[in-house]
Design a protein around this ligand. Structure first.
Ligand SMILES: CC(=O)SCCNC(=O)CCNC(=O)[C@H](O)C(C)(C)COP(=O)(O)OP(=O)(O)OC[C@H]1O[C@@H](n2cnc3c(N)ncnc32)[C@H](O)[C@@H]1OP(=O)(O)O
Length: 389
C-alpha cells in the first residue's frame, strides 16, 4: 500500500533526489551534484511515496512568489522533482502524491514545468504561459543608435553576490514572473561552472545597476560561434536596449539563441526584422489555482459586464462554486452561472495566455458570454516566467 510522508532529514532528501533522477533516466547524484541540489530542499516541502520502507515516488516544491495580472505578488509553490519508480508507475502513486501535496499546500498558486503535456491537467494544472525559442543572425543584427548607459563584465564571484540582490531589487515585472529562492542561485552557479565559459554582464543606468544577462558562447565549427543567452533581466527599457546592443555587437558570434515571451519586441530593435527567426514555441508555465477565491480576488480585471463563472475542482472541492467576476473584483455567489470551467482551464486563462473564446471554440468549456469573460481577463502583456526550475 502506498503511504505518503513528508521528508525532513538530509539522507531522505538525497534518496528523494535519487528516485526522481532515476525516473528521469539519470543516475543517482554524485557527491558533487548533491552539494548543488542539497540547498534547494526546504523543511516540509518534499514529499515521498513509500511501499513499506522503500521510496517509490517523489514531489517537492520551492517557496517563491508570483506576479499576477494587475501587479499583485502572491505566495507561490514552484513544483519540481516529480517522479515515480518505473516498476511502480500507473498504479496511482503520482495521484496520491499530488492529492497530498495540493490538499496540504498553503500557497494559493502552484506552477511547474512539465516533462510531458498529458500528465498534469488531471491534477488541475493548466497551460498558462508559453515561450518562443528564437535564433538571431548576429552578423546581420544591426541596432541603430548609441547606448545610454554602461555595460560591464563581472567575474563569477561578483556575479554570485550581485545577481540575487539585483534580481530582488529589480523585482517582478510581468504576469508569470517568479521570485528566485537561494537554492535556485546555487544551481545557476553550478551551470556556469560546468561550462566554465559562462559570462555575466551588468548594466548600469542613471540610478545604478539596473539589468544583467548571462550567456555562453560555443564554437560550432571553425570560428563559427553560437551565443546562448541564459538569463536576461532588466528594470528599464534603456537597460533592455543597451544589453541587446552589447549582444548584437559582440565579435566572433554568428548566431544568438534565447527564449523569449511571445510578445517580446526585440525584432523591432533590428533594422531588418528578418534577422530573428522563431525556431520553436513551447509550453513554459503550467499553473494550478490552489485557492481559487484568493487567486481570483488577487488579480485585476478589464472593463466588461460582470460574468458568473462556475468552477469545478475534483481534487480540491473547496474551490467548487460560482464566482461573479467584474471590473471591481470577484465575489462568491449563489447565482446561475454564465459559463462553466474546470480548474485546470481556469489556470490556463488566469494569466491571460488562453481565452475563454478559444476554449469554447474547441468545446472544452460550456456556457455563454465568452467575449465578456475574455474582456475581463484580458492582459496587456503575455505571461512569461523566464526562470527555469
Ligand atoms: C514537474 C516535474 O518534475 S516534471 C517531471 C515528471 N516526471 C517524469 O516525467 C518522470 C517519468 N515519469 C514518471 O515518473 C511517471 O510516469 C509519472 C510521475 C509521470 C506518473 O506517475 P504514475 O504513478 O504512473 O501516475 P498515476 O498512476 O498516478 O497516473 C494517474 C493518471 O495519469 C496518467 N498518466 C500518468 N503519467 C502519464 C504520462 N506520462 N502520460 C500520459 N498519462 C499519464 C495515468 O495513465 C493515469 O490515468 P488514469 O487515472 O486515467 O488511469
Amino acid at each position: 500500500m502506498t503511504e505518503i510522508r513528508v521528508l525532513n532529514d538530509e539522507a531522505q532528501f538525497r534518496a528523494h533526489t535519487s528516485v526522481f533522477r532515476r525516473a528521469m533516466h539519470w543516475g543517482p547524484p554524485t557527491d558533487e551534484q548533491w552539494e548543488v541540489v542539497r540547498p534547494s530542499y526546504e523543511p516540509g516541502r518534499a514529499l515521498a511515496a513509500f511501499d513499506g520502507d522503500e521510496m517509490i515516488g517523489t514531489t517537492m516544491s520551492f517557496g517563491s512568489s508570483i506576479l499576477v495580472p494587475g501587479g499583485a505578488v502572491l505566495p507561490h509553490a514552484a513544483i519540481s522533482r516529480v517522479g515515480v519508480r518505473a516498476d511502480y508507475t500507473r498504479r496511482g502513486v503520482l495521484t496520491a502524491l499530488m492529492r497530498e501535496q495540493l490538499s496540504t499546500m498553503s500557497d494559493p498558486i502552484a506552477t511547474l514545468r512539465a516533462s510531458e503535456g498529458r500528465i498534469y491537467g488531471r491534477f488541475g494544472y493548466g497551460l498558462a504561459g508559453r515561450w518562443r525559442w528564437v535564433e538571431i543572425d548576429a552578423k546581420r543584427a544591426a541596432i541603430v543608435g548609441e547606448m545610454t548607459g554602461r555595460v560591464r563584465m563581472v567575474d563569477h564571484d561578483t556575479a554570485d553576490k550581485l545577481l540575487p540582490e539585483l534580481h530582488d531589487a529589480i523585482g517582478l515585472a510581468r504576469p508569470g514572473n517568479i521570485s528566485r529562492w537561494p537554492g535556485w542561485w546555487v544551481r545557476a552557479r553550478d551551470r556556469k561552472g560546468d561550462a566554465g565559459n559562462s559570462v555575466t554582464v551588468v548594466h548600469s543606468g542613471p540610478n545604478g545597476d539596473d539589468g544583467f544577462l548571462t550567456y555562453k558562447v560555443s564554437e560550432e565549427k571553425d570560428f563559427k560561434h553560437k551565443m546562448s543567452i541564459e538569463d536576461f533581466v532588466w528594470a528599464t527599457p534603456d537597460a533592455w536596449r543597451d544589453l541587446w546592443m552589447f549582444v548584437a555587437r559582440l565579435d566572433l558570434v554568428d548566431t544568438i539563441e534565447i527564449d523569449l515571451s511571445l510578445d517580446d519586441p526585440v525584432s523591432l530593435l533590428f533594422d531588418d526584422p528578418r534577422v530573428i527567426v522563431t525556431k520553436d514555441l513551447q509550453d513554459e508555465i503550467w499553473l494550478r489555482l490552489v485557492d481559487v477565491p484568493h487567486a481570483l480576488q488577487a488579480r485585476t480585471y478589464g472593463v466588461a459586464e460582470p460574468v458568473v463563472i462556475e468552477v469545478h475542482d475534483k481534487l480540491l472541492p473547496a474551490n467548487d462554486g460560482c464566482y461573479r467576476v467584474s471590473p471591481d473584483g470577484v465575489e462568491r455567489v449563489e447565482a446561475p452561472a454564465d459559463l462553466t470551467i474546470p480548474v485546470d482551464l481556469l489556470g490556463a486563462v488566469y494569466l491571460g495566455d488562453t481565452t475563454f473564446s478559444q476554449l469554447a471554440a474547441v468545446k472544452r468549456i460550456d456556457g455563454a458570454r465568452f467575449d465578456e469573460a475574455d474582456a475581463l481577463f484580458a492582459v496587456a502583456q503575455k505571461p512569461f516566467c523566464g526562470t527555469f526550475f
